[in-house]
Design a protein. Structure first.
Ligand SMILES: C=C(C[SeH])C(=O)N1CCC[C@H]1C(=O)O
Ligand SMILES: [Zn+2]
Length: 598
């Protein structure tokens, strides 16, 4: 009867979970081998292993579906069965699954091997997105060099993937339907396990948009002062190539010539890292030290043996985009990133190590629960550490910043610097998946990919392309995650909830007291707080075994994602920006672009 069926189900799930762990381990090893060394052989092997594992999963899924798990009493057992009942892309017939995998591998390979020629030396044509194009956007203030580099990169890494992207969309939508979703959009939204996820995402945007609009207006004014009225208009969108980043997703690199109080000492972490002879390894060890100071786990020996922390110089092609890997055997965890000694990579290393920390905290859970409470949680862990590390107080502890004033102006400069990374990023992230939801749902067809992409970028982000665009271009794929089939709402959510987590951890660490000007949220550093670390560890140990509101409640007492954390953190900046934009008479928002892109 039911009790016996449930006992049999429990036994089955234990075996299934063990087999699934082995299959995922094999699949992950083959993917790692391909992405860390892009050769025909490794690509072929990755495809073969992925197809074999898909067939194994399909067989196991048929057996899973013979159990009447909907009627089980044990909630936890039901949750495991519910998760295993979603077969994912393995539900595709083998030939369609092969077409999906090959479309994605084609895009990944195009992106990873794309190179452009240097603006000043057209015979030098081995510039990759990392590190060369990234460095040009970090350093150059020549609008012509930036425009050329922007156009060349989007031509080399975006346009060639358009056909593959359409194939990927069609195959992935087939898989979605086989899993009971109308399209991939509903599948991705389903990962957040709420009935109104899409509305919640939209509500978060309305909460933060006023703050973004003030940042946008202020930055546009200072770019106009720098580059002149002809290049940066008074009331239009901002040209995307002038914002210090090839995707205009964060604007940190315009901070040095746009900040509120230029006479205050600068906080150039990159220069400090270089002058103190930081290496990639030293950056990694510093990040590890932060986690250990919180009584969280250090990195296992295997991590140091098998990670790739610098771009190999043996001429191989590889996917440089930073990533953290769980090999699902409870002991093999790796980072692969092409570290250079910059403030950005100092943060990225904490970000990636945050993923590894989450893997370590849930490594003994059933395989099916070894995931973030929702995808945004996984992206938030490392950033929480960076929020503490980025404070002048902590940078001084590390000797990366000389002593300086702690006055209001310096605080505004610091908040502005953080805003160029955290506030500015929100509409960028939101747009990437609003675009893809439209594509997966068919409201954006192949003949208007680029038009709709730029309409969204103009409408939410207030940026425009540096030159006219057409449907011969496919600018979205010039962003890694679009070419690599990586959902992006996870970052939008992370940049909201990381401030809710930070606020709770800072209270636990005694570093933040609401209303106390000497205990500002933006000056909080949780370093060495085992109280904070233990509370965070407890949340991470849940993995995806519980709906994410339970995990969030465990740490913050809240069951809702809301922008109260980010708005509280940036309140002094918001007040200052409104006053400053009022003072200068800067137009808030933007009029339609004059650039032809549809
Ligand atoms: C560092 C990673 C690997 Se999960 C990343 O892709 N991030 C981290 C910040 C946003 C996003 C990006 O670079 O677009
Ligand atoms: Zn990440």
């Amino acid at each position: 009867e039911r009790a016996a069926e449930e006992a049999a189900g429990r036994e089955f799930i234990r075996t299934l979970d063990d087999l699934t762990g082995r299959a995922k381990n094999r699949k992950t090893i083959a993917s790692w081998d391909y992405e860390s060394n892009i050769t025909e052989h490794n690509r072929e092997r990755q495809l073969q292993v992925a197809l074999e594992v898909a067939e194994e999963e399909k067989e196991l899924w048929k057996e899973t579906m013979t159990y009447l798990w909907h009627e089980f009493e044990d909630e936890d057992l039901k949750r495991m069965f519910q998760k295993y009942s979603k077969l994912g892309t393995s539900a595709l017939p083998e030939d369609l699954n092969q077409r999906l995998i090959e479309a994605i591998n084609n895009m990944k390979s195009i992106y990873a091997t794309a190179t452009i020629c240097d603006y000043n030396d057209r015979s030098k044509c081995n510039l990759y997105v990392e590190p060369e194009v990234t460095n040009i956007f970090a350093q150059s203030t020549d609008p012509e060099e930036l425009k050329y580099t922007w156009l060349e990169w989007h031509k080399a890494a975006g346009a060639p993937s358009k056909g593959n992207f359409t194939e990927y969309v069609n195959m992935n939508n087939e898989a979605a339907k086989l899993n009971g979703y109308d399209s991939v959009a509903e599948w991705w939204l389903g990962e957040y396990e709420e009935p109104d996820t899409e509305e919640q995402f939209a509500e978060l945007w309305t909460q933060v948009k006023p703050l973004y609009d003030q940042m946008h207006a202020y930055v546009r004014r200072h770019l106009r002062l720098r580059y002149g009225e002809d290049i940066v208009s008074a009331r239009g969108p901002i040209p995307a190539h002038l914002l210090g980043n090839i995707w205009a997703q964060t604007w940190n690199h315009v901070e040095k010539f746009t900040r509120p109080y230029p006479e205050k000492p600068d906080v150039d972490v990159t220069a400090a890292l270089l002058s103190q002879n930081y290496t990639a390894l030293k950056i990694f060890k510093t990040a590890e030290d932060f986690f250990k100071s919180l009584n969280l786990s250090g990195m296992p020996d295997l991590f140091w043996e098998r990670s790739i922390i610098e771009k190999p110089n043996d001429g191989r092609d590889l996917v440089c985009h930073a990533s953290a890997w769980d090999f699902f055997d409870s002991e093999d965890f790796r980072i692969k990133q092409c570290t250079t000694i910059t403030s950005a990579f100092f943060k990225t290393t904490h970000h990636e190590m945050g993923h590894i920390q989450y893997y370590l905290q849930y490594k003994d859970l059933p395989v099916v629960y070894r995931a973030g409470a929702n995808p945004g949680f996984h992206e938030a862990v490392g950033d929480i550490m960076s929020l503490s590390v980025s404070t002048p107080k902590h940078l001084r502890v590390m000797g990366l910043l000389e002593d300086g004033p702690e006055d209001l102006e310096s605080n505004i400069n610091q908040l502005y610097k953080m805003g160029l990374e955290k506030i500015v990023f929100l509409p960028f992230a939101y747009v990437l998946d609003l675009f893809r939801y439209g594509v997966f749902r068919g409201t954006t067809s192949e003949s208007d990919y680029n038009c709709h992409f730029w309409q969204l970028r103009e409408s939410l982000q207030g940026v425009e392309p540096p030159a006219p665009r057409s449907e011969a271009d496919f600018d979205a794929a010039a962003k890694y995650h679009i070419s690599a089939d990586v959902e992006y709402m996870r970052y939008y959510i992370s940049y909201i909830i990381q401030f809710q987590f930070h606020r709770s951890l800072c209270q636990l660490a005694g570093e933040y007291v609401p209303g106390d000007p000497d205990k500002l949220l933006s000056n909080c550093d949780i370093y060495n707080s085992t109280a904070a670390g233990n509370a965070l560890g407890k949340m991470l140990q849940l993995g995806s075994s519980k709906p994410w509101p339970d995990a969030m409640e465990a740490l913050t007492g809240q069951r809702k994602m809301d922008a109260s954390g980010v708005l509280e953190y940036f309140q002094p900046l918001y007040d200052w920006l409104k006053e400053e934009n009022e003072r200068t008479g800067e137009y808030i928002g933007w009029e339609p672009s004059n650039v032809q892109y549809c």
